[in-house]
Design a protein around this ligand. Sequence first.
Ligand SMILES: [Fe+2]
Length: 385
Amino acid sequence: MPHYQIRGQVPRKRHTIFRKPDGSLYTEELVSTEGFSNVYSLIYHAFPPTMVKAVEEGIDVSPEIALPKNMQHRSFRGFDIKPADDYLESRKMVLVNNDVYISLAAPRRSMVDYFYKNSQADEMIFVHKGEGRLKTIYGSLDFAYGDHLIIPRGTIYQMEFKGEHNRLFIVESMHPLRFPKRYVNKNGQLLEHAPFYERDIRTPKDLETFDERGEFLVKIKRSDMLFPYIMASHPFDAVGWDGYHFPFALSIHDFEPITGRIHQPPPVHQTFETPAFVTCAFVPRMYDYHPQSIPAPYNHSNVDSDEVLYYVDGDFMSRNHIEKGMITLHPIGIPHGPHPGATERSIGKTKTDELAVMVDTFRPLMLTREALSIEDPGYHKSWLF
Ligand SMILES: [Fe+2]
């Protein structure tokens, strides 16, 4: 993952005396992952991060499973998800399993009166429409169309939107989200053949210290419950931090496509990996340049993964009747491929403008009630001619 970062003030040595101008001590917090065995950061707070005033009753936010066992190609109109003022209420889970929850959201308002912390999953928020600022204790990340915001679990955040028309595709991962192993060298640096580089990774900036006591509502997600915590200090009270654990942004527009003389397989489009699923970015690119090449993909039997494709922009050459914001699901067990006419249509084409995000899960996905409400029926028969 991204390398060492440092912001604000930190003491010269970790775990040593670090005083405020008034002589009292700053409070050090270690944020560690996989116990103490993986990446971590050290945060220096104005106040102890442990000052809990109250814990209110948890709210059940479990996905409402409508179809636990799916064995059919499906398509969903993502933009049919209704906008909602509140950010958390706007997030509608559509496809889920024990490893990953995939949601769509159309939030209208910024989060102003509470903070949110997902303590059960890392989040990847893909910004399809809208722009704004992700605010965290590590600093802020400005976001816009095409950004993947990666928010490691345990990061308290607020989303600030510039306008009301926002569309997000959200992946909650129960496993840490990492760059593919084959993209990085033994020291963790992105290799020359990777489709993005460290300079493409945007890290938090403008660290602002909210040296405030009071009552601050933090909604903490854990065990599919939302626990309202009232904290006695502002969640963004850091004067400094350093380490490897922090949110970051990667724009799909900075992803450099890998092309070839003949059709390149989906792994060349990969962005992130976990033990349970991978994500890919399909971006505008030149097509295959062998004189006999067929740019449309072959038919494909994914014998061990469910394939989710979220269509962002451009023409989707291999599919008919695709709109922006649509999701297709091609499950384990049955082949999928180009729609009738698409293979012939692709011959001689030199480039594509398609933009899409893919999530391939190694275990079957279940459909929620929300997913069924935006389903485009009949998709499974769309290959008939
Ligand atoms: Fe496929």
